[in-house]
Design a protein around this ligand. Sequence first.
Ligand SMILES: NC(=O)c1ccc[n+]([C@@H]2O[C@H](COP(=O)([O-])OP(=O)(O)OC[C@H]3O[C@@H](n4cnc5c(N)ncnc54)[C@H](OP(=O)(O)O)[C@@H]3O)[C@@H](O)[C@H]2O)c1
Length: 434
Amino acid sequence: MAALRIGIAGLGVVGGALLRLLLLDNQRFADAGVDVAVTAISARNRRRDRGVDVSGVAWFDDPVALARSPDVDCVVELIGGADGPARAAVSAAIAAGKHVVTANKAMLAEHGAALARAAEEKGVSLLFEAAVAGGIPVIRAVREGAAVSRITEIAGVLNGTCNYILSEMAAKGLGYPEALEGAQRLGYAEADPRFDVGGIDAAHKLVVLGLVGFGVETALADVSVEGIEAVAREDILCADALGYAIRLIAIGRRTEEGLEMRVHPALVAASHPIARTEGADNIILLQSDPGGSLLLMGPGAGPGPTASAVSADIIDVARGVRGPVMRAPAPKIAPATLLPADRQMSRCYLRLSLQDAPGAIAGVAQALADHAISIDSLMQPSVGEHPGQDVAASVVITTHLAPVGEVRKAVAAIAARPFSRARPQLIRIEDFEG
Ligand SMILES: NC(=O)c1ccc[n+]([C@@H]2O[C@H](COP(=O)([O-])OP(=O)(O)OC[C@H]3O[C@@H](n4cnc5c(N)ncnc54)[C@H](OP(=O)(O)O)[C@@H]3O)[C@@H](O)[C@H]2O)c1
């Protein structure tokens, strides 16, 4: 059998690691029983040192030309970005009847269903294990492991940068700006971190998991997304006092009213594995019937784990493993019927800064009662006080299950009252099974 000829478009963090693995450590692929060879590469800067001699590999300035090269059987796209050269190269590869491996969650979140249809029509593979949770084989778990199960929930921590920041805030008592600065210093967060801390990166991954696991196409704009920028040190401390940790969680959950697709910070019971996922790790909880409950945890990014996941896809292509791109054949992928955020039910954590005056607590209780929200607990923590101001009462309330929209209305009503001294904080409480 002739070697599978690989063209790599993008030689950065992941592409560079993969290139070195294929050129310097090809025996690993041979040990897996496959014969693979890099025949073409493309990046922006031809002169940049890639840590390996590439003189024997054809260079392409244009990744689309690489995708069309007759010397390439499988295009590995590691450029990134929903559109632009990445999508152009992937579309050209599929049109030319070539297999594609990619780690590009942004492209799959925006165009995954269309690319799956195109790949299946052409009879080529489109594999993307590394696009969600880096080194964790979650796509395989959802697509193959749970192939006959009805998936009811896919949830977890899908962004290592946010998890690192929140873990550091808890471990070192840092505020959000200092923890973000530390993450940037260590290279966990980009100079412009909005994609990560604003929840967009996690939302891309959730949309991809929705395509694979629920067989639905969700517009990114329809996912309810909230980042971690407003989580304060006080919230971490109060959550801890209540027995919770705060994590940025992504949840896709089937309910009787419709599918919930959401990304937001949440209080998670400190004893739950999701709360215990520290640093830049990721974790995914998969609930399916009759498959049961499955937890996957590990490195969500980084050159080694990501290149390892890309390599597993290359090996599948080389072995001739074929099947639908998602769990179900592409023509069965349907638009998602989502339950709007305001109608989703949740327990909630509220942190209020109140004027130390008679009637303030009664006013809060009345605002909650007006929206049929019942209080589960109320505490007055010793954190979050503002010396020198007339705010003496920082009050933390947890609610019973209520529609999130009603809680938001109650919070807006509380914020508008004269006894309210700062913008109230509202964070959902997520009671995961297990
Ligand atoms: N980094 C991770 O840990 C990780 C984890 C999971 C998934 N991913 C995904 O993997 C993909 C790559 O990420 P990365 O971190 O490796 O990115 P990166 O370090 O920024 O590398 C991007 C590469 O694309 C090349 N490139 C940019 N524009 C190009 C163009 N027009 N034509 C040809 N090449 C072009 C760059 O060339 P130069 O080197 O010449 O500038 C660079 O080699 C993304 O989709 C990302 O979301 C990354």
